[in-house]
Design a protein around this ligand. Structure first.
Ligand SMILES: [Zn+2]
Length: 412
């Protein structure tokens, strides 16, 4: 059964948050204490032992470890271990690499509970509200051992099969959140149908179904949104190599843009996954995203980051929504799928003409993104649905509705 991560905001009295803050600072202290000892060990012996029992021995000597629940100490210990493992990996190639550093004293470390079933975490339903009870250590000075917060999530989430919980402080939104990982029961939809999907810029989603029907989801809204914010952003000084800290205005712009784009991606992915469910699709085949990077010209590194993420998000949303409906998602290598002719199989980069048109010397012509989707589909199913059967259904959407366009020309 698949896992889902549910994000929830914590609500409670200021006093409770003061205690939570303090507990998170304890976690930072424990983290730093472990790092301190291991760094010393490294300086003296040139190597480090990070076995669980050794780290536990160190942790037991740290003054604040008892203020945390044992499970949280364990996961903090695990973080230290990962940090050192990563350091030794890096050290192999880079002799200048330095051992893991300390966290800032004021940094609020996450509290991670990996075994919610042993009583460290409890979800309580009361009068239509959902509460989360978390356990702290046994010897806090104020004697508090448990904290209860109200959970603010989207409606209808099932938290009965909780696998692990993280309490974090989000520095962007400046609030405390719980990340709840739950196992979900999904309907066993062993649909036979398959669909190949190409994610792109002009056409957000190009889909090739095994029954020969094809779908295009217009990327115009997303492009317009991005272009608009690009213009706004151009008036603000961007973060540079020398000043990597973004200005407040810049962050604000980034947040607004992200919100609008996320909304658009939700509409597109929801509609597409619903179409898949209607057609009895059992497996969605997605190309990996390397192709996107090749196809879109980038400027700076910043540009690249801004360009690439919506497509990664869209893919994640398709996966997530499909999983909930019991549809499997497969990822295949996308290499050359946009260049290969579906009719004669020849691979030629120049076949991709401008404005997303594909035309081959064998006489085949078609929408380039659909060619990509067809080839991605082909990689797994191997069933040739002829490259250019029915006319594609074109979905155009704005911020509120989705509708079918009469022709792909209208949409483009
Ligand atoms: Zn051809």
């Amino acid at each position: 059964m698949p896992y889902l991560t549910i994000k929830a905001h914590l609500r409670g009295t200021p006093e409770r948050f003061t205690i939570l803050r303090d507990a998170m600072l304890s976690a930072t202290k424990v983290y730093n204490g472990l790092i301190f000892h291991l760094r010393q060990e490294y300086q003296q012996h040139g190597k480090v032992c990070y076995s669980a029992s050794h780290l536990n021995r160190i942790a037991r000597q740290l003054p604040r470890h008892k203020e945390l629940y044992s499970d949280v100490v364990d996961t903090t210990r695990q973080e230290v271990r990962w940090a050192f493992q990563a350091f030794f990996q890096k050290r192999k190639h880079d002799k200048q690499a330095r051992p893991p550093g300390f966290r800032k004293k004021t940094r609020l470390s996450p509290l991670r509970y990996s075994h919610p079933n042993n009583g460290s975490i409890k979800v309580i339903h009361k009068r239509g509200m959902t509460y989360l009870r978390i356990s702290l250590g046994t010897t806090r000075k104020d004697g508090v051992r448990r904290l209860v917060f109200r959970l603010h999530t989207r409606p209808n989430v099932d938290l009965s099969q909780l696998k692990n919980v993280q309490i974090i402080y989000d520095t962007h939104t400046r609030d405390f959140q719980a990340r709840l990982v739950v196992e979900v029961d999904v309907p066993d939809k062993s649909g036979e149908a398959t669909v190949g999907v190409d994610i792109g810029e002009d056409w957000l989603i190009a889909a090739d179904f095994c029954d020969g029907s094809r779908y295009l989801v217009c990327g115009r809204l997303l492009k317009a949104t991005r272009r608009y914010w690009q213009k706004v952003r151009a008036k603000v000084k961007p973060p540079s190599q020398d000043h990597p800290m973004m200005s407040r205005r810049y962050r604000q712009i980034a947040r607004k843009e992200a919100r609008q784009i996320t909304h658009a991606l939700h509409i597109a992915s929801r509609r597409f996954v619903d179409v898949c469910a209607d057609k009895g699709v059992g497996t969605i085949i997605l190309g990996d995203l390397t192709g996107i990077r090749q196809r879109i010209a980038y400027g700076t590194r910043m540009n690249q980051r801004l360009h690439a993420w919506p497509y990664a998000r869209l893919r994640a949303m398709i996966e997530y929504k499909a999983t909930l409906l019991g549809i499997k998602v497969k990822v295949v290598c996308e290499k050359y799928t946009s260049q290969t002719c579906p009719q004669c199989g020849i691979r030629k980069k120049s076949n991709r003409k401008h404005r997303g048109w594909y035309s081959c010397c064998c006489g085949f012509e078609g929408q380039a993104d659909l060619v990509g989707a067809f080839n991605i589909h082909q990689k797994v199913s191997g069933i040739p649905s002829s490259g250019r059967s029915a006319r594609p259904v074109v979905l155009v959407f704005d911020h509120h509705t989705v509708h079918e366009a009469t022709s792909s020309r209208e949409a483009a």
